[in-house]
Ligand binder design. Structure first.
Ligand SMILES: [Zn+2]
Length: 329
């Protein structure tokens, strides 16, 4: 069922899928009992060859984690979006690109700081054979220091946990071009807009927009092949508004590439915005009513994503709301 949604159909009692045994470290979504066959099904479903989203814009979904890698062709070279999980996977990606395309990668863009999107940076950056410029949100270096660095240290300290991983090989490589403001890259015969976002999935989210084909690349601001991830450094209260604003700039037929899964459209973004908006509204209401975070989750039995994936989200929302309350005092 390539590209199908199957067991994780959104809004139909979907259940979280484990992306790896490592994920409990960064996401309360995944409980050990949920790993196994579901995750295997997800991985098997995701892997693809290069898929043409629009002329000169290609997505390939890589295992593990069904990560969207995107290549944008320009007359002056290739722009690569995200770099996979570890250097060995990034090297495989570099080989795949060299096989499929006839020009070099000149630009790399990270959609956000999470390891599955940025731990291959070192293979493409300065001093490598590729020697590409790496663009990303200006907060990525700080996010690495707060979240990805400690995560990496924990994984290195427990090598038996994932023997197939080479965490010792990872050198955290933040963007060479950290962005606070939007930037337009000129690929020779096409422009690509890089738009850093307000805090949402993380405080490092960056959206790419290719105006000539009206293609959007949203990273993990949306996910198609599984529920969105309230992972490390998420902003449950601000996230819905970011999606609403993005959807307002989209046309109905614009292709939208998610961080994980099939290409979707504006209506999908609007649905996900509404789902996340309802979650945020419930957190605000529960906080205002004096409920504990656990009581906030118990107050409803129809969450759009698995309730056991919301523990970290409600905690982060409550911390933000507590801080707002203290600021008003
Ligand atoms: Zn992410």
């Amino acid at each position: 069922m390539p590209g199908g949604r199957g067991a994780v159909e959104r809004g139909h009692g979907c259940h979280a899928t484990a992306r790896s045994s490592a994920f409990p470290l960064i996401c309360d979504r995944v409980r050990p009992e949920r790993s196994g066959p579901r995750s295997a099904r997800r991985y098997a479903r995701g892997m693809t060859q290069w898929l043409t989203v629009a002329p000169g814009i290609h997505q390939r979904r890589y295992d593990p984690f069904d990560i969207s890698i995107v290549v944008i062709e320009g007359s002056d070279g290739l722009l690569l979006v995200d770099t996979r999980v570890q250097p060995s996977e990034a090297l495989e990606l570099a080989d795949d690109i060299a096989t499929r395309f006839d020009r070099p990668v000149r630009w790399v863009v990270n959609t956000h700081a999470h390891f599955d999107h940025a731990f291959g940076n070192q293979v493409f950056g300065p001093g490598t054979a590729t020697d590409a410029a790496i663009y990303g949100h200006a907060n990525i270096a700080a996010h690495f220091a707060e979240f990805e660095g400690p995560r990496l240290a924990a994984w290195r300290a427990d090598p038996g946990r994932e023997p197939d991983r080479q965490w010792d090989d990872v050198v955290l490589t933040p963007p060479t071009h950290p962005l606070v403001e939007p930037l337009v890259l000129n690929l020779g015969d096409r422009l690509v807009e890089l738009r850093p976002q307000s805090p949402a999935h993380t405080d490092t989210d960056l959206v790419l927009f290719v105006p000539d084909e009206r293609v959007w690349i949203l990273g993990d601001l949306i996910e198609e092949s599984g529920p969105v991830m309230y992972g490390s450094g998420s902003y449950p209260l601000g996230w819905p508004g970011v999606l609403v604003d993005l959807a307002a700039s989209m046309r109905p037929s614009d292709p939208v590439v998610p961080g994980h899964g099939r290409v979707v459209d504006r209506a999908f973004v609007e649905r996900q915005a509404a789902e996340l908006g309802l979650i945020a509204d419930r957190f605000r209401a529960a906080h205002a009513a004096g409920l504990t975070p656990a009581e906030a989750l118990d107050a409803h039995d129809d969450w759009s994503i698995p309730v056991d994936a919301l523990g970290g989200a409600v905690e982060r929302a409550y911390r933000a709301l507590d801080a707002q309350g203290e600021a008003r005092v």
